[in-house]
Design a protein around this ligand. Structure first.
Ligand code: NDP
Length: 327
């Protein structure tokens, strides 16, 4: 039996948490022979803790063979103790009338505290995925608050955006998602993102031979970028199972390797493509041996550059706002 991987998950009683935990425990994240220990962190309020208790009861009732342990604590340092992977899903949602600055402030407080707790308690090689929005900036805050951990191990989730791009492309070109490679999304997980089909291939041929370029730029790009709002409109609640599925994809590919496939990850920029260094930015990446690399040498069209610049501006403004709070 392999040594269990310790996976800390915040927001376990939330919508995404409820989809995510069962799939991790079933083996979807690390494979069918890898045991896991789940370490849950939710807020300390009696209501939150009662909900977590219910989720834990259901996890018990599944009798998952790979679930080697199940722990819960409202204390971040306890929940993050020796964590090999941390999925930071819980975040302060935007409530009615809340200004963007208030949202950034509220989440900065959460992610400073969680970054510090990771720094104190997690495995020195802990891989962190921030799902809670604004995920790129929250990941940047956590990274800055954990100076003893590896900065490259702080990532944000843009995989859902890549999956949405692939699904839209498959529908439009009437092919299977399995036929599509090298589709990626650049930038912020926000409507400013750049869904990139310029380098994508369908059965080895340029995707834009099968998808009309003006449809891609004028229709598909906004569909992908605003898909989150469309889901809320249709479902009356934000994406949950698809977000959980993307989190599984993100960590699985990071830990087990992507092979030749490109995977979109929000990672601290190394200056590639002129993206300011340190900015948590969505890039096409490949992964091997638990490490990611940004795909290099891609030609970016004027359309791509102009769209990517919007994400840079947005993320730099968020970073400047929260940097002032970090002191
Ligand atoms: P929910 O509101 O359903 O769940 C969030 C959970 O997090 C709640 O149980 C909440 O507890 C908990 N929580 C809040 N603050 C903390 C904290 N400081 N520590 C631990 N737990 C906390 O939200 P969802 O599950 O639907 O979404 C979670 C996040 O994921 C949101 O920020 C959402 O915007 C984001 N998201 C990101 C996507 C991406 O692609 N990056 C896609 C979809 C969603 P309580 O109930 O007590 O408040």
């Amino acid at each position: 039996m392999k040594k269990p991987i310790r996976v800390a998950v915040t927001g376990p009683a939330g919508n995404i948490g409820y989809s995510l935990l069962f799939r991790i425990a079933a083996g979807d994240m690390f494979g069918p022979d890898q045991p896991v220990i789940l370490q849950l962190l939710d807020r300390a309020s009696p209501e939150s803790q009662q909900k977590v208790t219910g989720v834990m009861m259901e996890l018990d009732d599944c009798a998952f063979p790979l679930l080697a342990g199940l722990e819960n604590s409202p204390e971040a340092t306890t929940a993050f103790r020796d964590a090999d992977v941390a999925l930071l899903v819980g975040a302060r949602p935007r409530s009615k009338g809340m200004e963007r600055a208030d949202l950034l402030n509220a989440n900065a407080e959460i992610f400073v505290a969680q970054g510090r707790a990771l720094n104190e308690a997690a495995s020195r090689d802990c891989k962190v995925l921030v799902v809670g929005n604004p995920c790129n900036t929250n990941a940047w805050i956590a990274m800055k608050s954990a100076p003893d951990l590896k900065p490259e191990n702080f990532t944000s989730m843009l995989r859902l955006d890549q999956n949405r791009l692939m699904a839209q492309t498959a529908t439009q070109a009437k092919v299977s998602v399995n036929d599509i490679t090298h589709a990626a999304v650049w930038g912020n997980h926000s409507p400013a993102m750049f869904p990139d089909l310029d380098h994508a291939l369908i059965k080895g041929r340029p995707a834009l031979e099968l998808v009309d370029r003006s449809y891609y730029q004028e229709t598909m790009t906004p569909i992908v970028a605003k898909r989150g709002s469309a889901i809320i409109e249709a479902r009356g609640a934000s994406s949950a199972a698809s977000a959980a599925s993307a989190a599984i994809d993100h960590i699985r590919d990071w830990v087990l390797g992507s092979g030749d496939r490109w995977v979109t990850m929000g990672v601290p920029s190394d200056g590639s493509y002129g993206i300011p260094e340190g900015l948590l930015f969505g890039f096409p990446c490949t992964t091997k041996d638990g490490r990611w690399e940004i795909v290099q040498g891609l030609e970016l069209s004027d359309f791509a550059r102009a769209t990517i610049a919007k994400s840079v501006a947005e993320l730099e403004s968020e970073r400047a706002h929260v940097a002032a709070l970090l002191g």
